[in-house]
Design a protein around this ligand. Structure first.
Ligand code: 3PG
Length: 305
């Protein structure tokens, strides 16, 4: 049984070592394709793979066509918008994610981006504090929950909106629940975005919504670039010169943001939220174990297609 780890953004070495241990303990073989420079390399590598561990690597119909022996793809992480689920199902390939395994890392980065924004990008000028400010958590999943936990330590006043999470779950964490997304943005000095990219959420964070934020509002995105209506955000930030946008997912219009919004915009060079040794170990080893469980016991927990 051949398990291919194909990660354009490689796991920390310690995580790869852990994955190898799991795979070899099951008497399977590990193959590694890291930092590949073309899709052709991936197409070649998947040819004889029975299982595939990926991160944000794109698995589309072409990859699935090339992977004749493939039975399972595990996205070591939360969002699986990079996998063509319909094509996977058509190819009889099981797709899983590893929910919760990297969420603390993403949440810590979200708070880091908040501090950076209110301290004026560490430019030496006098900033403000997060303590006492209203934080809006846009979607209360694994990352949102961790953001709430950490933000509590900062002394923030925490609000959340989630269309699916029961109110009681959020309230039990000491979070104030709002009934509409509009109310969340209208109330909060800082909004942290944690919605997945789906056809429904794409471009859903638009000018009319962000414009509800109070003066000096900070929008933090550690989710996906697709959920932001970039053109509208650019237009809005031109008139709302008090707003800041901090993102861990470089917008398609990054150069425009940089040129127009110096001191009010920051993007990490590569999505870094889950880029910690701990998150790599947690998500990578969970992926390896899920694959072993799938082959040895038929376990399909965390299947998403
Ligand atoms: C996720 O969906 O798990 C995060 O966005 C992390 O993605 P990454 O594995 O590409 O860093």
């Amino acid at each position: 049984m051949k398990i291919l780890v194909a990660t354009d953004k490689p796991f920390a070495k310690v995580a790869v070592d852990g994955i190898r241990k799991e795979i070899e303990a099951a008497d399977y073989e590990l193959a590694l394709l890291e930092k590949y420079s073309s899709k052709a390399e991936l197409l070649e590598a998947v040819k004889d793979a029975n299982a595939l561990i990926i991160r944000s690597d794109v698995v589309d119909a072409e990859v699935l066509d090339a992977a004749g022996a493939l039975k399972i793809v595990v996205r070591a992480g939360a969002g699986y918008d990079n996998v063509d689920l319909a094509a996977a199902t058509a190819h009889n390939v099981c797709v899983m994610n590893t929910p919760g395994q990297n969420s603390n890392a993403v949440a810590e980065l979200a708070l880091g981006l908040m501090v950076m924004a209110v301290r004026n990008m560490y430019n030496g000028t006098s900033g403000t504090e997060l303590k006492g400010k209203k934080l809006g958590i846009h979607a209360y999943g694994n990352v949102g929950r961790n953001v709430a936990r950490i933000a509590k330590g900062f002394g923030m006043d925490i609000y959340a909106y989630d269309a699916f999470c029961p109110k009681e779950v959020m309230e039990a964490d000491g979070v104030k629940v709002v009934d509409t997304v509009e109310e969340l943005y209208a109330q909060c000095n800082v909004v942290s975005v944690h919605i997945p990219a789906t056809p429904e959420t794409k471009n859903s964070i638009h000018a009319a919504l962000v414009n509800r934020m109070p003066r000096g509002g900070v929008l933090v995105n550690t989710a996906r670039k697709e959920v932001i209506n970039e053109a509208e955000l650019i237009q809005l930030m031109e008139t709302r010169t008090d707003l800041k946008y901090m993102t861990d997912i470089m917008p398609a219009a990054h150069d425009t943001f940089v040129a127009k919004f110096a001191g009010r915009y920051f993007a990490t060079p590569k999505k870094m939220g889950a880029q910690t040794a701990e998150a790599n170990i947690n998500a990578g080893i969970a992926a390896a174990r899920q694959i072993v469980g799938f082959f040895k016991e038929g376990c399909t927990k965390f299947k998403v297609n």
